[in-house]
Design a binder for this molecule. Structure first.
Ligand code: THU
Length: 132
């Protein structure tokens, strides 16, 4: 794939992640997260964090996007974006859930505070992922 094409796909993803973050339900932490995943077919799936009064039942944005992808019948993510106020990277559980469906993909970490986007690789975020 041409690098220009990859750039424009990552751009679509980060815009989607920024947009869906507005729907985050985060009354407890006040920390909103938006995530978007593109699959091999070019479809994009979005998710935001949904917190719960029990705290433990909270669902991260990244896993929300993965659930949307699977429910739509898609299983091959090729790129993702995560938008937060500070450019945070996905938590360990979300990394492992990503790794269920791909061994590697670029993930854009969008920092809305300084308006930067850093591209990291899933394989670097989760070396020696658990597989069976
Ligand atoms: N959160 C995510 O949505 N994704 C992550 O990868 C890390 C944390 C959410 C969970 C909770 O609603 C808030 O961020 C603070 O931890």
């Amino acid at each position: 794939m041409k690098s220009r094409q990859i750039e424009s796909e990552l751009d679509i993803l980060l815009q989607k992640a920024i947009g869906v973050r507005e729907h985050a339900y985060a009354p407890f932490s006040k920390y909103r997260v938006g995530a978007a995943i593109m699959t091999k077919s070019g479809a994009v799936f979005a998710g935001c964090n949904v917190e719960n009064a029990t705290y433990g039942a909270t669902i991260c944005a990244e896993r929300g996007a993965i659930m949307q992808m699977i429910a739509a019948g898609e299983r091959e993510p090729v790129a993702a974006a995560v938008a937060t106020s500070d450019g945070a990277s996905p938590c360990g559980i979300c990394r492992q859930v990503f790794a269920e469906f791909t061994s590697n993909m670029p993930i854009v970490l969008v920092n809305l505070n300084d308006e930067t986007g850093t591209v990291v690789e899933l394989a670097d975020l989760l070396p020696l992922a658990f597989h069976r």
